[in-house]
Design a protein around this ligand. Sequence first.
Ligand code: GDP
Ligand code: IMO
Ligand code: MG
Length: 429
Amino acid sequence: MKENKVDLLIGAQWGDEGKGKVVDAMGADVDVFVRYQGGANAGHTVIANGQKVVFHLLPSGMLYPGKLCILGNGLVLDPEQFLNETAELYEKGQDRARLVVSPHAHVVMPYHKVLDRAQEAARGKGRRIGTTGRGIGPCYVDKYARVGLRVEDLLDADLLRERLVPLMEEKNRLLTRLYNEKPIPFDEVYGPAREWGKALAPYVGDVVRLLREAVDEGRHVLLEGAQAVLLDIDHGTYPYVTSSSTSAAGAFTGTGLAPRDLTRVIAVVKAYTTRVGEGPMPTKEPGEIGERLRNAGGEFGATTGRPRRCGWLDMVGLQYSMALNGVDVVALTKLDVLSGMPEVKVCTGYEYNGRRLEGFPASPHILDEVVPIYETLPGWRGDISGCTSFDSLPREARGYVEYIEKGLGVPVKLIGVGQERSQTIDRGL
Ligand code: GDP
Ligand code: IMO
Ligand code: MG
């Protein structure tokens, strides 16, 4: 048996760290790309050779022809989005990467999206989560209530009807009686669902077996996390989280791989912090600094277009993330965005009611009220987006990277200095 080469890549903050770009930058050396949790709430941007693609559901390795791309059982699959995304990619003349979908992935149905939006509206101001409206929460609710439809259920017309009739009766009662929405006619769901089943059928395959073979043959597998650790359903800033296990553990339930298969955990860390949607963010900078980061970093949601809240790097959240996931290496993105800042701040602790807290607080209410304790580092001038080696970065930028390595106790093995695949400093990732 050959030596394993299974990398797990996760976002370490509140999402949009640049996971898509890092997956793509690593891609030439990867044999199998896997998505294993979340759904079309993700927006992973890849810019390669001047071409920009935003992946919502498909792995960011889809631009590499001939490779194997897998959607695991832990994902919630929106068939409409899946078919649009594949069609769009293939229209661009993309050679077909081999794409295989687990029959056990749950299906995001039209009523999930209507419910997602209706539930958000009903929560009212102050209680909203600020979801992407992609039906993620309601779909995972059905999964755990053991009433959800899985990809395999779309493949059999009779079984689908049998399952869908009582399900839709229940969803329509919910929609009309609780949320004052119009009922969704059965045929408007069943008809398209039959078509989705036919279109998905050629992609359905034995993901568990394919992955086992790949691992045993020593092929390089890259598991691409969506969202990020602080949005994890168990470990994140609940209830302001997404509905899946975004931390390392989710990769096992979401694929059928075993913990011992894993060789490395790579955490993607943005050189500052952003958050989109509701929920606490201690280092947010509502003023000029936040505005500057938003403009320089293009911090608008890749899925919803919403402006992201921006602020300084939060080492407290990151230390929590590193410990929780057994992170081996960090990929640090968007260092170029900080260029030109006269000074760069890093949050090294939280103060609450006049006392310094130990660790990352469990309560979102406390997190919302903590006062960040900052350390100030010197900024750097000049454009670093053309730098190709660590040594060619300005001294202060190198100092910032080394400060992060020391604070996290994890080496930074890749540095992003621009959006393009080529704007990456590889330090042996
Ligand atoms: P993801 O969800 O983690 O894949 O991240 P998004 O794609 O939602 O957001 C990251 C944004 O930053 C995208 O627009 C990327 O093109 C961009 N990006 C990624 N890495 C870098 C970098 O090193 N420098 C700059 N300037 N932009 C980057
Ligand atoms: P990528 O993979 C940033 C946020 C939403 C909301 C919360 C719940 O691109 O990093 P959901 O629709 O999942 O029920 O929304 O999670 N959220 C993200 N924020 N990046 C993402 O994905 C996100 N996916 C969901 O804004 O606060
Ligand atoms: Mg994103």
